[in-house]
Design a protein around this ligand. Structure first.
Ligand code: ADP
Ligand code: MG
Length: 295
């Protein structure tokens, strides 16, 4: 099985002692992630996959993620213990962060997606998840940053708490040179970002704003609760055609696809997915509104 970079394992062993075990967790789009367990702390270690088309971009993205984490830690938008270490390796770049317990949003919402989800224990829990997620994002937004890749697999749910991961594409104020941002996962791309991708050249950086994260939050909740992606397009059409449907605001009416009626939750999803960015609530407002709705 593919092991993490030797350079990373060497440094982590020196720092945390041995034995150290590593399990490959994911291998997609040019980067791999392992769970690395040391005697002191469990970690997630990411590294680019060398020799692929986008290998250089992925190494640059990992270096960029490290820069983002260093900056976000300094401005207290990310907990100081999260970023652990990073460096170059023979094939590119690696990054180690603290392991966070939790399951990706899609799995966490499995029960809520079915008709049996409509029960007194699930309803407040769904609101609590939305609130915790909005609060995490609000910390970034207060510092002037957008996460820029808000989507179900970058969201780990641990009981009522949500953890954000994957800061590679985040967009902050006054960044120097960076890998141009061209949107992330299509299904959770905000309409204004979709429009910018369609109307600018492939090497133009698009500065994602907090409002785009809000759309991604609503779209991810829509998707994982209903089991349907929030904008209607065929799987077979190319990314540009999907982005056109998103840019035109062609969202599926939530009424048609919700597993059961839950007005308080539906209101949040619908508000977050307003086509015009200035019509969306801020993440701080989403969190505050949920606190009231809960009482
Ligand atoms: N800190 C972490 N704690 C637990 N699991 C993690 C952590 N970081 C990443 N993972 C897992 O690894 C997967 C890939 O990590 P991610 O940072 O999203 O990289 P990428 O999307 O670039 O492959 C995540 O979807 C998650 O399942
Ligand atoms: Mg990710």
């Amino acid at each position: 099985m593919t092991a993490p970079p030797r350079e990373a394992m060497g440094l982590l062993t020196e720092r945390f002692g041995s034995p150290v075990t590593a399990d490959l967790l994911s291998d997609r789009r040019g980067s791999r992630t392992w769970k690395v367990v040391t005697p002191a702390v469990p970690l997630a270690v990411k590294a680019n996959v060398p020799g692929q088309d986008r290998a250089r971009d992925k190494a640059a993205e990992l270096e960029q993620e490290d820069q983002h984490l260093l900056h976000l830690t300094k401005v207290s938008a990310v907990e100081p213990s999260y970023r652990v270490d990073a460096g170059p390796w023979e094939g590119g770049q690696w990054l180690a962060v603290r392991w966070l317990d939790g399951v990706p949003l899609w799995h966490a919402l499995a029960l809520a997606r079915g008709p049996e989800g409509n029960r007194p224990s699930v309803r407040p829990w769904l609101l609590a998840i939305a609130r915790s997620w909005a609060q995490r994002l609000a910390g970034l937004h207060a510092a002037g940053w957008a996460h820029a890749d808000v989507q179900p697999t970058n969201t780990l749910v641990d009981a009522e708490t949500v953890h954000l991961i994957d800061y590679a594409l985040a967009c902050g104020p006054a960044e120097g040179r960076r890998v141009p941002y061209r949107g992330a996962l299509t299904h959770t791309t905000a309409p204004e970002v979709a429009d910018a991708v369609l109307s600018t050249s492939a090497d133009t950086h698009i500065q994602a704003r907090p409002e785009a994260d809000v759309w991604g939050l609503g779209a991810s909740l829509f998707w994982c609760w209903t089991g349907q992606r929030p904008v209607a397009y065929e799987d077979t059409v190319d990314r540009m055609a999907k982005l056109q449907a998103i840019a035109r605001g062609r969202t599926v009416p939530l009424d048609n696809v919700r597993p059961w009626a839950f007005p308080a939750f539906e209101r949040i999803i619908t508000a977050c997915m307003a086509t015009a960015p200035d019509q969306r609530p801020s993440t701080a407002q989403v969190a505050a509104g949920l606190t009231e709705a809960d009482q």
